[in-house]
Design a protein around this ligand. Structure first.
Ligand code: PHE
Length: 345
């Protein structure tokens, strides 16, 4: 055993006390650095005689090698530990089920509107869309609604700046669509040729000052308009019967017209349906307003009421959705609660 052995031992201790690569480099400097202890021993060789130098040099080199080995072993150990640490932190449990992306779906009312569009589309109806902020003209005046009509009151209608209103129904779309249609066929009409019939539905959002289990300040309507030279109430009844039977997928469905009043139709009727079976069997439920378009409104379309006639209707997709799925509170449609909405995916 040489007098140098304790140095190797000390170096090993110093290296194992180092727990980070930086600590280890510091410890290395104390032994192998420019003025480290092993280096100092080598410098001391200069003052020795030749054969002593040889012997002592070999011994020093031997311990230097041992110190270097200890250093490398510790370096490796620290690197291994770090890798283990990293692997642990990034561990991946391949037996866990994968995370799925949330699956979206259409809102139940949107599903109903798509159904309505498909069914009326199959009967040759176009689908139109229009502004939710309307002028007084389209929402009321053009629809033959007198200045003192109660629907115009602030209790019923949301007014916005500039004399505009949040449309209270989709009926303004009757006028917007018909006026555009008449414009398109103007030349033909002026030559006394036949104008293609107007056949359109216009679903969308509508607004009224109203809120309870069956009324929401924002709700949906779907307008319908069919204008031609020989369009009658019989056609309206046929279209409605066929529509509701398709929508609710039952031929047992009954339809009833109840006399009513709207300024823009004359005569006017409320439409009730009744189911032949199921939880609502035999109960009459109001689903739409309708009527033969008033001559004043036909005039506002730009047409001659002596030549053109037809019907209009407005129904509530929210109501139809409630009936179709058995939902009892309309507000659930607009609360945004996913536990409710996810049922319709
Ligand atoms: N706009 C009427 C309403 O909101 C419904 C309706 C539309 C009635 C078309 C007749 C014709 O109550």
């Amino acid at each position: 055993m040489s007098d140098l052995d304790p140095l190797v031992h000390e170096a090993r201790e110093a290296f194992s006390a180092a727990h980070t690569p930086a600590d280890l480099e510091n410890a290395k400097a104390r032994f192998l650095g420019k003025s480290g202890r092993v280096t100092d021993l080598l410098k001391g060789l200069a003052s020795l005689a030749a054969d002593e130098k040889k012997q002592r040099g070999a011994a020093i080199n031997q311990i230097k090698q041992q110190v270097e080995e200890a250093l490398n072993a510790r370096r490796q150990a620290l690197a291994d530990a770090e890798l283990q640490q990293q692997l642990k932190a990034e561990s991946l449990d391949v037996s866990l089920p994968g995370r799925r992306r949330g699956e979206g779906g259409l809102h139940p009312v949107s599903l109903s509107i798509e159904r309505i569009e498909a069914i009326f589309g199959s009967m040759g109806f176009d689908v139109a869309d229009g502004p939710e902020i309307e002028t007084d003209w389209y929402n009321f005046t053009a629809l033959n609604t007198p200045a003192d009509h109660p629907a115009r009151s602030m209790h019923d209608t949301f007014y916005v700046e500039g004399g505009l209103v949040l449309r209270t129904h989709t009926s303004p779309m009757q006028v917007r669509y018909a006026v555009e249609h008449v414009q398109r066929y103007k030349a033909q009409i002026e030559r006394g040729e036949r104008m293609p019939e107007i056949r359109v539905i216009a679903p969308g959002r509508t607004y009224r000052v109203d809120s309870d289990a069956t009324h929401s300040p924002m709700f949906h309507q779907c307008e319908g308009l069919w204008i031609g030279e020989k369009v009658s109430f019989t056609d309206l009844k046929a279209v409605f019967t066929s529509f509701f039977r398709s929508f609710f997928e039952t031929d047992e469905l009954q339809l009833r017209f109840r006399p009513s009043f709207f300024p823009f139709t004359e005569p006017s009727a409320e439409v009730d349906i009744a189911f032949g079976s199921g939880p609502l069997e035999g109960r009459w439920l109001e689903v739409a307003g309708s009527g033969q378009v008033h001559p004043n409104v036909i005039r506002n379309f730009g047409l001659d009421p002596e030549q053109y006639i037809g019907f209009a209707f407005g129904m509530g997709p929210d109501r139809l959705t409630m009936l179709r799925y058995g939902v009892s509170d309309l507000r659930q449609f607009f609360d945004g609660d996913l536990r409710f909405l996810a049922q319709f995916r």
